[in-house]
Design a binder for this molecule. Structure first.
Ligand code: AMO
Length: 424
């Protein structure tokens, strides 16, 4: 009979004196190995040395067994200890004892061995796949732009400064300039999946100092609704894709994905009215705080049966200089052609039509007290012909977190970075 070879981590050890069961596992399977003292005393004694989470390799006979979890057990003839794990292992990964998140991250290489974590990162990987598939199929070019930069555009305070030989440089806080530059470069549509750095001392369940951004930009648009149309198609594609292609993982994580038929678009003014009805007052020129965003998500779910909503018409005072403004003012406020996409009460995307008319752009920079000289490169880039364009940035980590109902965005990141965490 052909011998069966298998390898894996020793997940469970049950020693009955003259009989010993090991459960071993790898990413794909769990199997039972049965050692008999009487039949093979040398092998049995060797197996007794093995600690939990060691990696072993056995060759033996694969035998049908009604008691074994997948209907068979392996009776080993040879045993090789590939790596003997120190005991005790600092984390319990059987799910019986909960470890605090900080120790989990410190020993992430052990923490990741649980089926739940494996499922999270399999889903995250599929989201990336759905993203590239969607943008590629819709005529976008996948680009890579520099992460070592000389300037930021989102707001000066959020930049990490680095030493670049004799010069000062920064870690990129958004590919904003570059994605617009590619539109100025004659590409119709571009997207990028890449690291984004934010020097924000935020200690929340949705902020990281390093996150993975999904950025897109498209030319020849009529207004911001074209960008929202595309983004709506994209996010619904991702939800459908995961629902269809990650069934097993969703079952492990006990997640049910609801895909709305349409994503409502609600203006900031209307959102504030709806919030007021629920007792939450937001001053006219203010943005929604995270509490209001959460409540707004609940209101939309109740009224429109959708976990997703576009919040539109933000005042210019709350948006970056490069957002295009509408001609007419609302309640005396200058309103931008911008939006946020909110999923389960948390922002997952910001986007807008960009101001490509340099004279108006310069005025907007001055309104934000920016130095025209310092931003000269940005204005120049739009000075030699550029189509009307717009785009959006999304956070892959937040999409994964919210889709899988994870408490903290860090659970959706292999090795998260926050203001304190710099290792491993
Ligand atoms: P914004 O700053 O809103 O927009 O970022 C876009 C999206 O990135 C995610 N995100 C974060 N995720 C984790 N931790 C953070 N600290 C963090 N900050 C942002 C969110 C957010 O919606 N240039 C614009 C985009 C554009 O207009 O195209 C920008 O960067 O999901």
């Amino acid at each position: 009979m052909e011998k069966y070879k298998t390898q894996g981590y020793v997940f469970e050890i049950r020693n009955f004196g003259n009989l010993m069961f090991f459960i071993i596992r790898d990413q794909y399977k769990k199997e039972q190995i049965t050692f008999f003292k009487k039949e093979n005393p040398d092998l049995f004694n060797e197996a007794k040395k093995i600690t939990k989470e060691s990696v072993i390799s056995v060759i033996g006979e694969k035998k049908e067994s009604e008691q074994a979890m997948n209907g068979y057990e392996i009776i080993p003839e040879t045993l090789e200890i590939i790596s003997l794990a120190e005991a005790p292992v600092p984390l319990d990964i059987s799910g019986k004892i909960e470890s605090n998140f900080d120790s989990r991250i410190n020993y992430r290489y052990i923490d990741l061995r649980t089926p739940e974590n494996l499922a999270i990162f399999k889903v995250r990987s599929k989201i990336v796949r759905a993203t590239t598939e969607f943008f590629d199929n819709n005529g976008f070019i996948n680009i890579n732009t520099p992460k070592i930069v000389s300037n930021g555009v989102e707001s000066g305070s959020e930049l990490f400064e680095i030493k670049y030989f004799e010069k000062k440089a920064y870690l990129s806080q958004s590919p904003q300039i570059y994605k617009q530059m590619m539109i100025a470069g004659g590409f119709n549509k571009v997207y990028e999946i890449g690291e984004v750095f934010r020097a924000e001392k935020s200690h929340t369940t949705r902020h990281l100092t390093e996150f993975t951004g999904i950025d897109m930009e498209m030319g020849y648009i009529s207004d911001e609704n074209d960008v929202m149309d595309l983004l709506e198609k994209y996010i619904l594609y991702v939800l459908d894709y995961i629902k269809e292609n990650s069934k097993q993982e969703l079952e492990i994580l006990k997640v049910n994905i609801e895909v709305p038929e349409k994503i409502p678009r609600i203006t900031m003014a209307k959102a504030k009215e709806l919030l007021k009805e629920k007792g939450k007052n937001i001053p006219e020129n203010e943005d929604l705080d995270s509490e209001a965003e959460k409540l707004f998500g609940e209101i939309v779910k109740e009224k429109y049966n959708s976990d997703l909503v576009f919040l539109t018409e933000f005042p210019f005072s709350k948006r970056p200089f490069y957002h295009m403004c509408k001609d007419e003012r609302i309640n005396d406020l200058k309103i931008t052609k911008s939006f946020d996409l909110i999923y389960k009460g948390c922002e997952i995307s910001t986007g807008a039509q960009r101001e490509h008319r340099v004279e108006i752009l310069k005025k907007q920079m001055l309104e934000k007290d920016m130095s025209l000289e310092q931003m000269d490169y940005y204005v120049k880039m739009l000075s030699y012909g550029v189509p009307a364009h717009g785009g959006a940035g999304l956070g892959l980590d937040r999409i994964t977190q919210l889709l899988l109902n994870l408490q903290n965005v860090k659970e959706a990141v292999l090795l998260p970075r926050d203001p304190e965490k710099l290792t491993p």
